[in-house]
Design a binder for this molecule. Structure first.
Ligand code: FE2
Length: 278
């Protein structure tokens, strides 16, 4: 990272780095994710969506996923009777949240000297790779992700978090690229998403002013681009109604020196603590 990179990150709250990853590495990750989906048996999960226990069981499936590899469907994947509208391969929204620790292909992609250096340049001297997600943004049914800050979901005190977003395919307005509010990271944290006492989750509102969404800009990028996201940057992505997918991989890294609250939704079991780049 050059000084201009760092000042741009400070000014805008994000940084676009084209050609950070080569095409072969993108394709290897894609092939691995596709194999995982092919091997995944959705029957047990589909039942979650067709029982009255829906909220509780789907909450548990999500809340326990911090140190596992789990599959999450697109919201629009189902017919009213609980069957899938499209093939399984075109119905998964994302895989999360410990791919980088549990799968060798993801481990290799996530723990490179280039990434270690980049995170160090951003001031994370004792990095811990906390969360990974493979996001499919499926053709036709790829869901919207509303405007948010990553620190809402992964809060640390002090705030020492970096989000890395890798385009594994070209991302365009048509297939649901990222959008961001440049400089919006200076507006402060709006909310926290936390575990609720007694189960489930809750949102604590810290500032209820709406986002200045008229300032949002599309980040159309080529395959292999890395977008570095400040934890307070407001960003979103729109629905994908096109016939093209928009695969991306995200990694969230914190510093070991900060306090990681027990109220954060993502928790790792004691026998599988978050690790650095080694
Ligand atoms: Fe995000």
């Amino acid at each position: 990272m050059t000084p201009p990179h760092l000042s741009q990150y400070e000014r805008d709250g994000f940084l676009v780095l084209p050609n950070f990853v080569n095409a072969e590495a993108c394709d290897a990750l894609r092939a691995r994710a596709e194999t995982m989906v092919r091997d995944f048996d959705p029957n047990g999960l589909i039942s979650i969506f067709s029982t009255r226990e829906q909220t509780r069981t789907s909450d548990d499936y999500f809340l326990e996923s911090g140190d596992k590899i789990r599959f999450f469907f697109e919201e629009n994947a189902f017919n009213p009777d609980g069957t899938l509208k499209q093939a399984k391969e075109e119905s998964i929204n994302k895989i999360g949240h410990a791919l980088h620790d549990l799968d060798p292909t993801f481990d290799e992609f996530s723990r490179t000297p280039e990434l270690k250096q980049l995170v160090d340049d951003l001031g994370l001297r004792h990095p811990l790779l906390l969360q990974s997600m493979y996001i499919f943004k499926q053709p036709r049914i790829g869901g919207e992700v509303t405007c948010h800050q990553d620190a809402t979901f992964l809060y640390t005190e002090p705030l020492r978090l970096v989000g890395l977003w890798f385009a594994l395919e070209d991302a365009t307005i048509e297939n649901g690229c990222l959008w961001a509010i440049p400089g919006g990271h200076k507006l402060g944290l709006k909310s926290r998403f936390m575990r609720a006492r007694g189960g489930g989750t809750r949102v604590e509102i810290l500032d209820d002013k709406p986002w200045p969404e008229e300032k949002v800009q599309p980040l159309e990028v080529k395959k292999g681009t890395l977008i570095v996201l400040h934890p307070l940057l407001p960003h979103l992505s729109r629905e994908n109604r096109s016939a093209k997918s928009r695969h991306a991989y995200t990694l969230h890294i914190i510093d070991a020196s900060v306090d990681y609250p027990a109220g954060n939704w993502l928790q790792r079991s004691a026998d599988m603590p978050a690790r650095g780049f080694a």
